[in-house]
Write a protein that binds this ligand. Structure first.
Ligand code: FAD
Length: 468
């Protein structure tokens, strides 16, 4: 005899288009209640300061939404297998529903939970839904995982072609059946207050507003403008997607309904997200171990002062510093800036890419095991479908492309704000009169360059040749 069904929320912090919640509701027998549960310290938790603050706010938001449906979110301390065994005994549940989270740790946690529950006669029912395509289902003709994005994307696109037709699920307005008595539980995670999570609106409602605004105002121009760091031209859905506050299928179907080159370019980025998870699934060591073993032999420099200057946005390269300061102040960074600062750390400074991977994990609100590791390996040249090592971004050339008027630099590196577009990405070349007019004193108000890019490029290439 069961009194309740547990819905174990992990990286699916939403009610709408949530397959595991839908499956739990469909399974309800007369007299059974839904018990929503979140386990702190589980494998789906956030690991960095910024993403933990986001997660705390998103969990609180989920509780508020559940309360508006006559329910609430129970909080239990991990480990998950113990928390779920305790909770299912306490509320007399015979079934637990959850959405799979595709990291190696979360898959191991799922196995431990399944084993723990089954010995108590409780079933674990797992839904997909974190990704558009399940890892391991998009394979080469030989049945191997793709290491190159373009053929992966071709196959992926074929499968998702009819997604525009899907509605993304109904908005869940109706009450959720609650138990007669809620068991005692741990308190909600405290809100960080005043932190960078306050610049955003974590949670399902915030995600829906963000998606709606992007579709209404920006998706048309996305293909043209998404590489411009100075414009607000991308969706900024990444933290909402990282915590599952909106379903990725809903995002894709909303975009596909718009048609046009903007929608296509946007959906292609979502395919990169799936690709990163497919690669992590095939190569679980992705966050630490270079996929191309040659890179384990690279003579990295290990200069702590340089790495610190990079983290603090004090490299003397305005676009690099702008990106790093945007990250420090907002918990987010434009994708082009992420690529540039990644190339700069791993190639110009010749510091291990893992330093950057860890720093991003700590500071990004959207910190995501698969996307972060995949992209760091990509930009360092050692991953799946990587940019070759010798493609080394030139910060000045990149400045002209992604921030032609220097507005992005002006916003995040205000000490250079007075410089005209011609010099703002290379203050070291600016005539003394221009510097003085702008109030810039190199080495005093703004640091001198850590390296000369041309020389650093040569140094990186010879380090790379040494790995042969
Ligand atoms: P949009 O341009 O609106 O794209 C929509 C969605 O597509 C994004 O929200 C994201 O889910 C996905 N996407 C976009 N670009 C990529 C990409 N290059 N790879 C995989 N998926 C992508 N993204 C994270 O969410 N978490 C991370 O920890 C993360 N670390 C990164 C580290 C490096 C070194 C680099 C170069 C990129 C990283 N990215 C990461 C990918 C990308 O920069 C962000 O997803 C994007 O900037 C988020 O902004 P947006 O939501 O406005 O993107």
């Amino acid at each position: 005899m069961s009194d309740a069904v547990i819905v174990w929320f992990r990286r699916d912090l939403r009610l709408r288009d949530n397959e595991s919640l839908d499956a739990a509701l469909r399974s309800l027998r007369p007299g059974e209640a839904i018990v929503p549960l979140y386990v702190t310290g589980g494998a789906a938790q956030a690991h960095g300061t910024a993403s933990s603050a986001w997660l705390a706010a998103a969990v609180r938001a989920l509780d508020a939404t559940l309360r508006s449906r006559g329910s609430r979110l129970l909080i239990a301390d991990g480990p998950a297998h113990e928390a779920l065994a305790r909770a299912s005994a306490e509320v007399r549940a015979e079934r637990v529903y959850c959405t799979r989270h595709w990291t190696p740790e979360a898959l191991a946690e799922e196995t431990a939970v399944r084993d723990g529950l089954s010995s108590a006669g409780v079933g674990l029912h797992v839904s997909e839904g974190q990704l558009v395509m399940v890892p391991g289902t998009v394979l080469t003709r030989e049945g191997r995982p793709y290491k190159v994005f373009t053929p992966f994307f071709r196959e992926w696109s074929r499968v998702i072609a009819d997604m525009a037709a899907s509605s993304g699920g109904p908005a869940r307005q109706s009450a959720l059946p609650a138990p007669a008595r809620w068991p005692d539980c741990a308190p909600l995670p405290p809100s960080s207050g005043g932190g960078i999570a306050d610049l955003w609106t974590p949670g399902e409602a915030g995600a829906r507003v963000r998606l709606g605004m992007f579709i209404a105002d920006e998706i048309d121009g996305y293909a043209r403008s998404h590489d411009r760091a100075d414009l607000d031209a991308t969706s900024r859905l990444s933290p909402h997607l990282a915590f599952g506050e909106v379903s990725v299928r809903n995002v894709v179907s909303s975009a596909m309904k718009e048609r046009g080159e903007g929608a296509s370019a946007f959906v292609r980025q979502i395919a990169w997200r799936d690709f990163a998870y497919h690669v992590l699934h095939a190569f679980p060591g992705l966050p630490d171990t270079p996929l191309n073993a040659r890179f384990a032999r690279l003579p990295w420099r290990e200069d702590a002062l340089n790495a610190d200057a990079w983290m603090s946005g004090l490299t003397g390269f305005p676009l690099v510093d702008a990106g790093m300061r945007e990250l420090a102040q907002t918990g987010w960074m434009h994708n082009r800036a992420r690529l540039l600062v990644g190339s700069f750390l791993s190639k110009d400074l010749l510091e291990r890419w893992q330093i950057g991977e860890r720093h991003f994990r700590e500071r990004l609100v959207d910190a995501d095991t698969a996307l972060n590791a995949f992209n760091w390996q990509w930009v360092a040249g050692c991953g799946a479908d990587a940019a070759p090592f010798f493609r080394i971004f030139n910060p000045v050339v990149q400045g002209a492309k992604v921030d032609p008027e220097g507005e992005y630099v002006r916003r995040w590196v205000p000490e250079l704000a007075g410089l005209p577009p011609r010099w703002i990405h290379r203050p070291w070349d600016a005539p003394a009169a221009e510097l003085s007019r702008a109030g810039v004193r190199p080495g005093d108000t703004y640091p001198n360059r850590l390296v000369d890019h041309a020389a650093a490029r040569e140094r990186a290439l010879s380090a790379y040749r040494a790995t042969r």
